[in-house]
Write a protein that binds this ligand. Structure first.
Ligand SMILES: [Zn+2]
Length: 365
């Protein structure tokens, strides 16, 4: 396919009147603005369907302890069929919001099977959550899973590890996960400093002043988190929902994460919220696009999204949804509809609502 582009923004340049040729797709196309790579959702929990009422929680641990959920999360996560359904809804919504990369935690088999059964999805980094609790993966199980799926790790799919947090994961498990991630050369992410200062504890546990980890949230000490980690994933929607507070300085943000895509929306919704907080900013758009790729070390060739509005409108988050989404040069979304599935955004939102409703009704508390 031959695409004439009005303006293209890449990690290092902005150019006008550019032609892109893709291996897949036929004919010719004009796109006013192309963001290359597309949006990267650097942190998403596809199986989260309820988060309790918004309240000004002190920190994530207080929220996890006292929140009143309407649904039994453990049962949802253990239900592979339902978990897959929720992951499918997440991928569909994400594609239509312009995600060409998504990093998912939660039920890893379900997240994997959902993508396989859909056939179309953004590039995926699968980061199973490691915890010493029923229903979560152990380090040993992660290693087995890593080698069992070894043929899959081709950049379209990538492996990673997620340890929940310093408060809910023992120091030994964190150290073990860190060691295994380094050995296997996979990224390691964790929730950090979410309403509580944890940088000192992390440096003590890992015995280093510069940890090769990706930190998620970091609202309490963004500067310190940024300094000692590989980078910060900023999740403005969940931060504001739980704490009425979020990272303010754009310099400390490496990428954006939707966190709860089925509850608060996908990555374009997250970008819009970030623009409301930080103001329209070209740098912010690049963090929302290239940021996640860089953090998780994912290739981005052939991943881009097209808007039928000028770049200024895209930067300001005021443009309509992207009309085109290409992943690995393949046109996945055409004129705001997923080509293979014939789904538009309204239908995707209906699928999200129905899947969430099913989870709430099946496993109520
Ligand atoms: Zn999270």
């Amino acid at each position: 396919m031959k695409i004439e582009v009005g303006t293209i923004i890449t990690p290092s340049s902005i150019k006008d009147n550019v032609t892109i040729k893709t291996k897949y797709g036929k004919g010719e196309l004009y796109i006013e603005t192309v963001v290359y790579p597309g949006f990267s959702d650097a942190h998403a929990h596809p199986q989260v369907v309820d988060v309790g009422k918004p309240r000004r929680w002190k920190n994530s641990y207080e929220w996890l302890k006292y929140r009143r959920l309407r649904v039994d999360e453990t049962k949802v996560r253990k239900d592979s069929f339902l978990s897959s359904k929720l992951a499918r809804a997440t991928y569909i919504l994400s594609l239509l919001e312009g995600a060409t990369l998504i990093v998912v935690t939660g039920n890893i088999e379900a997240n994997l099977n959902a993508a396989k059964s859909l056939g179309v999805h953004p590039r995926i980094v699968l980061t199973p959550t490691i915890m010493e609790k029923d229903g979560w993966l152990s380090i040993k199980e992660f290693i087995q899973y890593f080698f069992k799926n070894y043929a899959l790790w081709n950049g379209y799919w990538s492996p990673g590890i997620f340890v929940h947090s310093l408060g809910l994961t023992s120091p030994n498990i964190i150290r073990e996960a860190y060691y295994v991630a380094e050995k296997l050369g996979v990224p390691l992410a964790l929730h950090l400093s979410e309403g509580i200062t944890e940088v000192d504890k992390l440096t003590r546990i890992l015995n280093t002043s510069k940890a090769n980890v990706i930190a998620v949230h970091c609202i309490s000490e963004p500067k310190e988190c940024f300094k000692i980690t590989r980078g910060i994933v900023h999740c403005p929607s969940s931060n504001l929902y739980l704490f009425e507070e979020t990272v303010k300085e754009i310099d400390y943000i490496s990428a954006l994460g939707s966190d709860w895509p089925l509850v608060t929306g996908g990555i374009y919704s997250t970008y819009k919220m970030a623009v409301d907080i930080h103001g329209p900013n070209l740098n912010l758009l690049r963090k929302a696009s290239y940021g996640g790729y860089k953090l998780f070390g994912v290739k981005w060739y052939g991943d881009f999204i097209g808007f039928d509005e000028p770049l200024e409108k895209v930067i300001s988050g005021k443009a309509k949804l992207p009309c085109y989404v290409f992943v690995k040069e393949k046109p996945i979304v055409i004129e705001r509809s997923i080509k293979n599935l014939g789904l538009n955004y309204e239908e995707a939102k209906r699928i999200v609502r129905e899947s969430v409703k099913e989870a709430l009704e099946k496993y109520p508390i």
